[in-house]
Write a protein that binds this ligand. Sequence first.
Ligand SMILES: NC(=O)c1ccc[n+]([C@@H]2O[C@H](COP(=O)([O-])OP(=O)(O)OC[C@H]3O[C@@H](n4cnc5c(N)ncnc54)[C@H](OP(=O)(O)O)[C@@H]3O)[C@@H](O)[C@H]2O)c1
Length: 297
Amino acid sequence: MTTASAQTDALPAVTVIGLGEMGFALASAFLDGGHPTTVWNRTPEKADALVAKGAERAATVHEAVAASSLVVVSVKGNATAHELLKSSGEELSSRAVVNLTDGASAEVRAVADWAEGQGVPYLHGQIMTIAPGIGGAETVVFYGGSHAVYDRYQRTLQLIGGRGALVAADAGVPTLYGMAVHGTMWGALNGFLHAAALLSSEGIEVKRFLDDANPSVSALLASLPMIADEVDRGEYATEYGALQHHLPSVQDLVRESVARNIDAEFPGYTLGLVEGALEEGHANDSYSRLIEHFRQQ
Ligand SMILES: NC(=O)c1ccc[n+]([C@@H]2O[C@H](COP(=O)([O-])OP(=O)(O)OC[C@H]3O[C@@H](n4cnc5c(N)ncnc54)[C@H](OP(=O)(O)O)[C@@H]3O)[C@@H](O)[C@H]2O)c1
């Protein structure tokens, strides 16, 4: 007979190294999910609330690693993550490591390469939410690295975010995915906030605009797969609208911004990109042609 207790016992033990805002949320999710959970933090008191909920407090990183088959790391910077893992002792090679510490791809790969050299089964994960979002059904986490680790611990990793996915065998890729999402987001948000400044300078409620203009705004997101396809193929077809037709609209936006004393740097930057591509003879290419500008930087 399978009892609830037997099911709980079958859950793998998890160690969380680092109990900052994110590590604390991760450890809470594993605990709430019924995993035996061991925690270590440089400042030990940060574990108090977790220990009160049933977590084990490890006195050293070595002890923390020894306690569980799955070791999750969430600290400030991959240099720190690397130092902590290096200090953990030989047992690490018989553990699976999931490093959820953000960083640039070279920093992330340095830890992954070291782990590979030590024979440590290893995954890097890029969490696409803030700490309160941990455990959400729609929370996205991009993983890169060992397929075997991902398969073995997939159910446990679901406790971090319901939309986890292994995106590459290369541990450096998830961080690039994260940056690509954030870069797209900031570009869109800056454009939207500039537009909001324009609208509100006329006394128009921005929410009202969004309700009215929703089909146009949604069409923008819907166009991304076509742009992605053109970029991947290196063929800048004109289906999405030729660059020359963007020019008057961008010029209008810049003039309107200047006339209203609204910062025109953001549309001015776009104007420079469009003018540059037209000067290079790409008037009939689609907007995706501008990828060549970014590649030349
Ligand atoms: N917070 C979020 O919502 C969020 C969202 C997405 C991603 N992340 C990522 O999650 C990771 C952790 O972020 P966080 O927000 O939890 O950071 P945080 O609240 O600032 O905590 C930093 C953690 O790193 C530890 N640490 C720093 N230097 C250390 C060292 N030299 N030796 C040992 N431990 C050290 C700290 O230990 P002490 O407690 O002893 O200082 C603490 O546990 C980062 O990569 C961050 O980008 C966080």
